[in-house]
Ligand binder design. Structure first.
Ligand SMILES: [Zn+2]
Ligand SMILES: [Zn+2]
Length: 99
């Protein structure tokens, strides 16, 4: 038996829904002084993520602030789709959720 979950792209913790990952990400990974994707030092992770256009950065941007400031609706839904595809994992029910 398995069910679907979403994993944190930084530490790999798995949650049973996307809001759970976002809450975890903001609490644990939002005050980094370097970018977890490209390892660049940043003053503001949010600003750095917003400028980047590749998928990996977009995923973190979504987790960080839900794409606030992005007006392009098509791009938004595209990024949401990418996020779901990238973070989705199968969880074994026997193992349980790793909170
Ligand atoms: Zn994490
Ligand atoms: Zn980066």
């Amino acid at each position: 038996m398995s069910t679907l979950g979403y994993k944190c792209p930084i530490c790999g913790k798995v949650f049973d829904n996307m809001p759970g990952v976002r809450r975890h990400f903001i609490r644990n990974h939002s005050n980094l002084d370097h970018c977890p994707v490209c390892n660049k030092e940043v003053n503001s992770l949010a600003k750095h993520l917003m400028r980047m256009k590749d998928d990996e950065h977009a995923v973190l941007w979504y987790l960080y602030n839900n794409l606030r400031g992005l007006r392009d609706k098509e791009l938004k839904s595209k990024i949401r789709r990418i996020v779901k595809e990238k973070l989705k994992v199968k969880i074994s029910v026997v193992e349980g959720l790793n909170y």
